[in-house]
Design a protein around this ligand. Structure first.
Ligand code: SAH
Ligand code: SF4
Ligand code: F3S
Length: 471
């Protein structure tokens, strides 16, 4: 069946899409990059901001029109927005044939069959307050473990990783309940996977040629697994187990939460040679009153302490953050505190988002969305400008230094170069251990390899390097 899959949202969704592609390929699906050519169209969706949902709603409107014009594709919605809206999607859009929550994706082959039979199945995860279904949990966990190491760099939706890189989930769900956030509602309570299952999965990936693994969790550093009557594995223990696996050159993890960031994890980064010196640990805001209204569970001083401790224990550490502007009640003075935090912390980069009220969250139910959009836009642009200057300064600090990168693919602009690219020489992109983007000219065969470069230049997004020696 010709299938088109589009993925929105975070790395969790990208990993889920990879698992979906691997599973559907076994039942004779081929993947195409144009929805018009597809017999089956699947959207793996995100609910984190209204904009992400609007994108999918407009795609579904397009499918409704096509269906009215007589074009027949089976259309399915999976992921977080599927979970949030459920049967409302099949009611609102005649073209939607099935809906599948993030904890049900192992059932997709059956759901597709039911949809082909003309039924309109809606398979959702239980609400947070309801008990989890053990069979469904086991089913979706099996999908993680049974995956092939099919790093799907050839699938457009998944082209963010090269053949040597893979995401591995260590936990599902989130218990943090930041007041603005939909994730705890759509992804359910936090469940840490057993360390044996994670180890088995990583070992399989390494056997298949993966060398660079990114562990995923919404608050990845709060990973904790207790065997009944047995040992408890905390996140630093998990890093220590995994780092011993032969063939693992790089191990990193996203996303960290500042409140539970303990010294042992920093010591693991310092002490374990393949654990990378990169921590994405969003601050979200620089002002105490906003942090409190966001229910983040730490103060500005505590975040500053985290940054200081990270730099003390791991002097080479590279930090990255997220910020929200225009959260309800944000005064100009609060906003200045975020600006100041970015000036001080030395983040490599920050993602900056305008607050978007999400239905059912504490913030949406409690506070009016009282910051006008033009103010949100201005504050967003201001934070971005301050972060861009900080990113440039951060990157400039590496000029003249040598570093190892993994070459991940052609650079985004490789075809716009003065001299046309050839397999012998093209503009390539790679990643440092600190997750810097590094642009370097070299032969195509280096993709997926580790090379040493000398950094010769920098801007606010990337470093530019020369190959020191080729393997
Ligand atoms: N678990 C991760 C990522 C969650 S979503 C973490 O805690 O960092 C990624 C980012 O989206 C968040 O860090 C936050 O900055 C942003 N975000 C989440 N909900 C949002 C909302 N309602 N409006 C705007 N940005 C939001
Ligand atoms: Fe959302 Fe907060 Fe959980 Fe991150 S930690 S997923 S921002 S509730
Ligand atoms: Fe979006 Fe779901 Fe990730 S809401 S950010 S795809 S966990």
């Amino acid at each position: 069946m010709r299938t088109y899959l589009e993925t929105l949202g975070c790395q969790m969704n990208k990993l889920d899409s990879e698992l979906v592609v691997g599973m559907l390929r076994e039942s004779e699906h081929t993947f195409v990059d144009d929805p018009k050519q597809a017999e089956l169209v699947i959207y793996n969706t995100c609910s984190v901001r209204e904009h992400a949902e609007d994108k999918v709603l407009s795609r579904l409107g397009w499918h409704d029109k096509r269906q009215a014009d007589g074009a027949a594709a089976v259309v399915g919605v999976i992921g977080c927005m599927a979970q949030r809206m459920g049967g409302e999607l099949t009611q609102r859009f005649a073209s939607v044939d099935f809906v599948c929550g993030p904890g049900q994706i192992h059932r997709l082959p059956d759901l597709i069959d039911a949809a082909l039979d003309g039924r309109k199945p809606v398979a959702l995860d239980p609400a947070r307050s309801e008990p989890r279904d053990a069979a469904a949990e086991a089913g979706v966990n099996r999908l993680d473990v049974s995956r092939r190491a099919n790093a799907l760099a050839d699938e457009p939706a998944l082209a963010t990783l090269c053949d040597a890189q893979a995401y591995v989930r260590v936990a599902r769900g989130c218990n943090q309940f930041c007041s603005y956030c939909i994730v705890p509602f759509v992804r359910g309570p936090e469940r840490s996977r057993p360390p044996q299952a994670i180890t088995e999965e990583v070992r399989k990936l390494l056997d298949a040629g993966i060398t660079d693994v990114t562990l995923l969790g919404q608050t990845v550093n709060s990973y904790r697994h207790a065997e009944p009557n047995g040992p408890t594995t905390r996140f630093a223990d998990l890093l220590a187990h995994l780092s011993c696996l032969p063939g693992l050159r790089r191990l990193r993890f996203v996303t960290s939460h500042p409140a539970g960031f303990t010294r042992d994890v920093l010591e693991a980064i310092r002490g374990l040679p393949n654990v990378c010196e990169y921590i994405h640990c969003p601050a979200q805001h620089g002002s105490d009153s906003q942090l409190q209204a966001m229910n983040r569970g730490y103060s500005r001083a505590e975040y500053d302490d985290f940054v200081a401790m990270a730099r003390e224990v791991v002097p080479e550490v590279v930090l990255a953050s997220d910020f929200i502007v225009g959260f309800p009640g944000e005064r100009e003075a609060d906003h200045q505190q975020s600006t100041e935090l970015i000036r001080q912390a030395g983040f490599k980069n920050s993602f900056i988002f305008k607050y978007s009220p999400r239905p059912g969250t504490m913030a949406e139910r409690t506070y009016a969305d009282d910051i006008p959009d033009d103010v949100k836009k201005r504050r967003n642009a201001e934070l971005l400008a301050v972060q861009n200057a900080a990113s440039l300064a951060h990157h400039e600090g590496y000029v003249g230094r040598e570093m190892e990168i993994i070459v991940t693919g052609p650079s985004a602009r490789h075809d716009k170069q003065a001299t046309p690219p050839t397999p012998q020489r093209m503009q390539l992109m790679g990643r440092s251990r600190g997750d810097h983007i590094v642009i370097v000219d070299g032969p195509e065969r280096l993709i997926g390899q580790y090379v040493d470069v000398t950094v010769t230049g920098a801007n606010d997004r990337s470093l530019f390097g020369d190959l020191r020696r080729q393997p």
